[in-house]
Design a protein around this ligand. Structure first.
Ligand SMILES: N[C@@H](CCC(=O)N[C@@H](CS)C(=O)NCC(=O)O)C(=O)O
Length: 200
């Protein structure tokens, strides 16, 4: 199985963490493919040209990160990472909030790249900053509703928080957010997190 990824993508990292949690390294081949290089192999598997994208041995393509993580957990693992959120709409919404946070962080990074071309939009910059800060405050107040067992929500949230350190140090997200700070430290201490650190 091929997992198309970059090592700087927080979305790809969630899939890499699930691979580690279920010890699936021997059946997953990591295939580095920077979306901006438009490699034919990635594009022919994923018309959106985004990573992560999982290509099964029988040719089936699975994406995006939510579906990949769920596939790895339920089809190749024992399903423990999804179990608690399965029929719990509040937890599924919490998962969506963490994905939305990650998406906004990636968009903020893209806005930074546009700055080099003199194209940064102040409107969108402020809008991303407000959404990120509001969402972090929301998560800080709602850490207690996370499932008791380590889950895909922990993975998504942990990956988003470390992407903040990786790309958005200027936001100083830890200030006045002790719950998230402690959670991030605990998650980063797991083997699956330390084996998948973000890098270029
Ligand atoms: N919703 C997708 C988002 C994936 C995504 O945005 N990946 C970024 C890298 S972090 C990407 O491939 N960007 C290239 C592009 O937008 O063209 C997922 O959950 O997998």
């Amino acid at each position: 199985m091929q997992l198309y990824l970059t090592y700087s993508s927080p979305f790809a990292r969630t899939a890499r963490i699930v691979v580690q949690e279920h010890k699936l390294q021997s059946c997953i081949n990591e295939h580095f493919s920077h979306p901006f290089h438009n490699q034919q192999e990635l594009i022919s598997n994923n018309p959106l040209g985004k990573v992560p994208c999982l290509n099964l041995d029988n040719g089936t393509v699975i994406m995006d990160s939510e579906v990949i993580c769920s596939y790895l957990d339920k089809q190749l693992g024992d399903g423990r990472l999804s179990r608690e959120m399965e029929n719990d709409w509040n937890l599924r919404t919490l998962y969506s909030i963490t994905s939305g946070l990650m998406e906004t962080l990636v968009q903020r990074q893209m806005e930074k790249l546009r700055e080099r071309e003199g194209l940064r939009s102040e409107f969108w910059w402020q809008r991303y900053n407000s959404a990120i800060n509001r969402t972090l405050d929301f998560l800080e107040s709602n850490v207690s509703i996370l499932p008791e067992q380590f889950s895909l929500i922990h993975i998504n949230l942990g990956a988003a928080l470390s992407y903040l350190d990786f790309r958005h140090e200027d936001l100083n997200w830890r200030g006045k957010r002790p719950q998230l700070t402690a959670l991030s430290e605990a998650l980063e201490a797991r083997d699956s997190f330390s084996a998948t650190n973000l890098h270029e």
